[in-house]
Design a protein around this ligand. Sequence first.
Ligand SMILES: [Fe+2]
Ligand SMILES: [Fe+2]
Length: 374
Amino acid sequence: MVDGNITKDAMYDAVAPDDFVSMLELDRYSNRSSAFDRIISATHDHFWDPLDTRYIDFSEPFDMENQALMPEEMFPALKTDYVQSALSDPKDRIRFINESTRWSLSSILHGEQGALNLSASLCHVLKDQGAQEYAANQAREEARHVTAFAKYIKARWGTPMACGPVLQNLLVEIIGAPEVYKKIVGMQMLVEGLAMGAFATFFTKTNDPLMKKLMQLVMTDEAFHHKFGKIWADRTVPKLTTEEHAIVEDWAAHCFQTLLFNLVAPHQQKPMYESFGMDVDKVMEELQLIATDDFRREEMKESANIFRVLIKTLLNAGIITDRTRGFYGVYVDMEELKAEGDVMVGDAIAEEGIKYLQAINFKQQTHPRLVAAE
Ligand SMILES: [Fe+2]
Ligand SMILES: [Fe+2]
């Protein structure tokens, strides 16, 4: 019989989301784990505030009409004959790139809202106070990401785009799931892993200095969220039975496929294509013509590639076995990935960002401190 939460370590012990009474057990108060203490206390080092211009200034302008936010090679659809002929005017191509970027950043905004609600939901199910304090801290950090992406989108486009149905269903599923493994694998490993890859790519490729700054600031927090998932995996995966391992592995593959689909399937961006007078079925047809295995691998080669980080996380955590290896192998060379070791692509960017934040956070306070009630 498999425990629904797949708990292998006391610090991930969990109760049902509506079982607050279990939180009042007296023994619980003296059993706080120390596994998360370092990441909890590090939150002061990478504190930032999206409403404070010492950290980031959302009034920095960008010429949206004449300049593309991202380089053309980021958009495989632009390589199809159909999309190319629909966008013969260079200004239309810029508008297409910028609208596609709006769609991606809107997905990130919805993902951040998902991460906020998910980490809050972890506080309701995890029994360990250390794990709860970690999750509460993460909820607070995700809240500033929601504010920051909402402000960036407002500054560049006015409003975000609606969440694609596939991403929406995944977020609803993991936030509502009572099973801890589903939440941690789905959000902390998959969505956060995808986010690190996506942020690293946006950071490296964008032509907008404001977007670059935003990505780096968010990454200083996300690098730690990713670590929470890694701690869970390190303490859980080696102890799984064959049956439990299969459940976790299949769940990871399900989440991966959903996220991939959200990112590449033009159907998820139907309103965006329609606003350019394009038929998504036709775009999909032509994308399939150019999406050979070689093309996909070529696109994934770059180390900052979005899915590479994600697959690497799962591989290093021991979640991928021969059962699903072939599925991920379509996108990356698994042997090459294994040989790269533990270093994650976003880590260097996050570290540099933390140094920047420490310089602001620990500079002599010149501003009078605001009191809490103000
Ligand atoms: Fe976040
Ligand atoms: Fe996060």
